[in-house]
Design a protein around this ligand. Structure first.
Ligand SMILES: Nc1nc2c(c(=O)[nH]1)N[C@H]1C(S)=C(S)[C@@H](COP(=O)(O)O)O[C@H]1N2
Ligand SMILES: [Mo]
Length: 325
């Protein structure tokens, strides 16, 4: 059993997490009526048997995949054991050590719905999709809005390949990615009814077709662990980590900007764009530095998390937008 170690520099988690939601008054009153607070905060009480081995991942034979040398790091890779045990995945509980509970998530069969403004809506089985996509490994930095960071080898495919596969109509301007939302038994966090489940994120089509936008299906040369978002998750390394929706079941193309999970929870603190910027503080803490998982090394945060050359041009003409929250 892994115990949460409190690092000295850390803000108390309830201050530092977006996930320490500031419920608005109306919502609180509604919940008080339902008694849902009492029920919801007990979300992990029933998970004592969650240490059981999860079934093996049938995609294991696909990995490792060739590394794309175009993506390099300015720091060492984070230790795998830290990356797979310190995770944010609120469907399983609102703390970092949900990895045991996440083993309960059934990842086969897994069907991805592609719909909205596409030539032909479809449902595709995950293994069919994996066989159709060009798998590669990329080394990326990751920066959580809470100021921890990591450097990891993702396996997967460019989001652009999936966009091409989906054949969006000319009228599509955005893509919405949605996490599973039904499996309350496996994912007791879904019973916390004050959250706007299912978890959803969105990108503009220009962002989704940028070279860096990636769908991860593996990590450290193996299938993606459930706690990191198996069987497929978004990775947009120039944005705060909450944009990278895990365990995706639906990809929908829209004209209008999709609503997103954390923005619905607290629009004052979490925006649609969420591009990393050391000079734009979160309302409750500075974003100037970041703590590397595993070593606790403090490093200066980089604009666009160090990926400005690749993505800054997407935002020219959008200076009026809240690009960095
Ligand atoms: N469905 C879902 N996706 C999610 C989250 C979540 O709670 N639920 N947390 C996000 C946050 S805040 C971060 S920092 C990253 C963390 O990814 P990791 O746990 O693999 O490091 O996942 C993101 N994707
Ligand atoms: Mo995060």
């Amino acid at each position: 059993m892994l115990l949460k170690r409190r690092r000295g520099w850390e803000l108390p988690e309830r201050e530092a997490t977006p996930e320490s939601v500031y419920l608005d008054r109306r919502r609180l009153l509604r919940l008080a009526g339902l008694g849902a607070i009492a029920a919801g905060t007990l979300s992990l009480a029933g998970c004592g048997d969650a240490g059981a081995e999860a079934p093996a991942d049938p995609s294991a034979g696909l990995y490792p995949v060739p590394r794309n040398p175009a993506f390099t790091l300015d720091r060492p890779l984070s230790p795998e054991g830290e990356v797979t045990t310190y995770t944010n995945f609120y469907e399983f509980g609102s703390h970092k050590t949900i990895w045991r509970q996440a083993q309960e998530l059934p990842i086969r069969p897994w069907t991805v719905t592609i719909d909205g403004l596409v030539e032909k809506p479809m449902q595709v089985d995950i293994d069919t999709l994996l066989a159709a996509m060009p798998l590669e490994e990329r080394l990326y930095r990751h920066r959580c809005v809470e100021a921890w960071a990591m450097a990891v080898p993702w396996s997967g495919f460019p989001l652009r390949s999936l966009v091409e596969y989906a054949r969006p109509l000319g009228s599509a301007r955005h893509v919405e990615l949605t996490t599973f939302g039904a499996d309350v038994h496996a994912a007791p966090g879904l019973r916390q009814r004050w959250y706007p489940w299912p978890y959803r994120e969105g990108l503009t089509l220009a962002e989704a077709t940028n070279d860096l936008a990636f769908i991860a299906t593996g990590l450290y040369g193996k299938p993606l662990p459930r706690q990191n978002g198996a069987p497929l998750r978004l990775v947009v390394p120039w944005k705060y980590g909450f944009k990278s929706a895990k365990s995706i079941v639906r990809i929908r193309f829209t004209e209008e900007r999709p609503g997103t999970f954390w923005n619905r929870v607290n629009a004052q603190e979490y925006g649609f764009w969420a591009n990393v910027n050391p000079e734009v503080p979160h309302p409750r803490w500075s974003q100037a530095k970041e703590r590397m998982l595993g070593t606790d090394e403090m490093r200066p945060t980089l604009i666009y998390n160090g990926y400005g050359n690749e993505v800054a041009q997407i935002y020219s003409g959008l200076q009026g937008e809240a690009l960095f929250m």
